[in-house]
Design a protein around this ligand. Structure first.
Ligand SMILES: C[S@@+](CC[C@H](N)C(=O)[O-])C[C@H]1O[C@@H](n2cnc3c(N)ncnc32)[C@H](O)[C@@H]1O
Length: 282
């Protein structure tokens, strides 16, 4: 922890941090963590004002395509299971798991997001323990959980995803399961637009340099890392997990809710989310 935390990021008219610039450049573990913690602290109110109604307060939405755990059952029967949610944000998934009978712990890097989670714990009366930590260094004993899950939490933002997945594998008991939704790598080369007419390649799918937003001095204030499908498979397997499935959810018929570049128009044509389903070796 730095002795003096950096000041909060200035916000734009939409309530999100307003970047001074955008770059594609290498960023390491510490820089990615520092930037994203600050960004999510500052963005929490705007993010939850925009997406909170769709996420729900006690609900498990895997992705903007509209897949919910209540229909997908990717985690199996959670009753009586010890579950760790990684990158929980305001923790609606963890509260849904609690209500479904799991013994759940919700973890996130951002104090701003966890403050919202604590508020929703109180207003819903569904209390889930909240922990502030980085997915790359889990303050959890080996084999402490039966299941771990993440809905776009943490993994797209870390520089060393194999190390983060190895941490998740460490805290799962043998035979445990990890399910995580992440940005589908296919999205990376296209403009960040919901309009299907903007589906034209503007950068290389194979360019792994992260997307970095900076302040006016060039300090990273938001970092998102890209991995190809093969990179994800190698990271999962390299972390000691067994990959069981790669789910590519299709757009839910009749769903009109847009999330950034996820839209019904694009969703009818191309995937937006990849769900990794992996097990810890027995
Ligand atoms: C897109 S939100 C997903 C949260 C929630 N599942 C949702 O759908 O709103 C991403 C979350 O990942 C968290 N995050 C980013 N980097 C992280 C890291 N290194 N470790 C743990 N959480 C992280 C952010 O603070 C943020 O709450």
């Amino acid at each position: 922890m730095p002795p003096h935390p950096p000041p909060p990021l200035p916000l734009g008219p939409d309530g999100y941090p307003a970047p001074g610039g955008v770059a594609r450049r290498t960023t390491g573990t510490a820089e990615s963590r520092r930037a994203n913690r600050r960004w999510w602290d500052a963005a929490a109110p705007a993010y939850l004002a925009e997406h909170g109604p769709d996420l729900g307060d006690v609900d498990f939405l895997w992705c903007p395509e509209g897949l919910r755990e209540s229909e997908a059952h990717l985690l199996g029967d959670v009753r009586g299971r010890r579950v760790l949610e990684v990158g929980c944000g305001s923790a609606p998934c963890a509260r849904w798991l609690h209500r479904a009978g799991a013994e759940v712990v919700a973890l996130d890097l951002s104090a701003g997001m966890l403050a919202r989670a604590a508020g929703l714990n109180r207003s819903t009366g569904v209390p889930v323990p909240l922990v502030q930590a980085d997915v790359g260094a889990l303050p959890v004993a080996d084999a402490a959980f039966d299941l771990a899950c993440s809905a776009f939490g943490g993994l797209p933002f870390v520089a060393d995803v194999r190390a983060a997945l190895a941490e998740v594998a460490r805290v799962l008991r043998p035979g445990g399961r990890f399910v995580a939704s992440v940005n589908h790598p296919f999205r990376w080369p296209f403009p960040d637009s919901p309009d299907p007419r903007d589906l034209r390649v503007e950068s290389s799918y194979f360019d792994r340099r992260p997307y970095v937003e900076t302040d006016d001095e060039g300090t990273a204030v938001y970092v998102e890392h890209h991995r190809t499908v093969g990179d994800w498979v190698r990271a999962v397997v390299g972390a000691g997990l067994v990959l069981e499935d790669l789910v590519e959810p299709e757009w839910t018929p009749g769903r009109t809710q847009e999330w950034g570049q996820w839209s019904p128009g694009r969703g009818a044509l191309v995937p937006g989310t990849l769900v990794l389903v992996a097990g810890r070796r027995t």
